[in-house]
Design a binder for this molecule. Sequence first.
Ligand code: GAP
Length: 465
Amino acid sequence: MTHNNEDLLNRIVSLCKRRGFVFPSSEIYGGFSAVYDYGSYGVELANNIKSLWWKVMVRENENIVGLDASIFMHPKAWEASGHTSGFSDPLSECKECHTRVRADHILEEAGVFADEKMNEEEINRLFEENKEKLRCPKCGSSDFSKVKKFNLLVQSNLGNFTGDWNKEPVYLRGETCQGIYVNFKNVLDSTRVKVPFGIAQIGKAFRNEITARQFVFRKREFEQMEMQYFIHPDGATQSFEEWRDRRWQFYIDMGIKKENLKWHEHENLVFYAKAAWDIEYKFPFGFKELEGVHYRTDHDLSQHSKFSGKDLSYRDPKTNEKYIPHVVETSAGVDRTFLAVITDAYTEEKLEDGNERTVMKFPKELAPIKIAIFPLLRNKPELVKKAREIYDSLKARYMCEFDDNGNIGKRYRRQDEIGTPYCVTVDFDTLEDGTVTVRNRDSMKQERKKIEELKEYLEKELSPF
Ligand code: GAP
């Protein structure tokens, strides 16, 4: 079944709320713009996405190590990164209706790509050159004020006892990678890594996003999965290309449909970047950035070296050459991957008997619940007891759910909507011959399996790809 894009997004948002994937934050108070909470199934799905990323990036790479840096950082780190000066959201105002707009978004709508990290002068030049094509999303006017940068970092009052917040503001981090750069030397000195090596981190980031829209695509509090790969400048371009391929393959292996992915190359690069490519996903509101793969040269380590006064260069133990490593960054968003996985999995099917079903066809490794176990009837203690035994024997290995509510058809429908790959039912035959019904989410086929063989069967079916 096909729907127009807005309708599809509405259906996804509605299912996410109804089935406990995503709730609007502080909903009983009317919600809080661009902030969302993950419900019971949402947190399982998000955790599975993060575990998969960690497995592929850290566990499977000898020369990539993990890190969990704090959300608070020394204020100087944000000066070094450029976030507190020219590195903030470019804003403009429609002169007709006074709507504030993100200049890079207005340019993007007009088919002109602008990097949000470009300076005011560069964005104003693009605005001027493309004046005719720009449209206010509210009133359609092309008359905009000059673009001004707006600091996207979220300020806190940490340790501020005087109330003068502008004296030395402490920010919530706007991206996780800065925590990686400031720990470059610590990691080098405390582990056995040698250049080339990577540092990977999953963590929260905060931004004062001016446009709050598109569900969890653009949040003010979100989560990033970033890896910074430190490499000799001579090998950086090749490494960038390798990482580009590997990050594309990550989504393919995860089970995302190839036709819903595409590359976007940034044409207007920030001054320090040599290359920047985005992997875009076809969200219900069109192809948009899912992950960025960037070649950032030695800019970040050089800046932190300059601002901290600490030498962040590397001495090659074999050649004795001393240099500042270059960085290839892979930067993915947990929330955007979550929305891509949900969008990709969302399926409405017309069944042979004329009924319809909504089923989330999640890749098995990502499914929030792997197995649901039902007693056929809740008022038959022998069935409940047997079903509980099976549930107890599987729950330590897999995320399982025990359900004895309503009839079997209703239970299947509910499990389909949360994307559970297997449902196991205990019925009267179970008590006679020790077999159960195993129902497959996608084919809806039901097979009888012996209880003793169940574990082995499920292990084979659910083993990680
Ligand atoms: N360190 C580089 C960096 O932060 P970015 O393109 O600004 O680059 C990287 O962000 C990724 O973080 C994006 O591709 C996206 O997946 C995620 N992201 C950025 N802003 C976001 C937001 N407001 N809400 C949800 N995810 C966001």
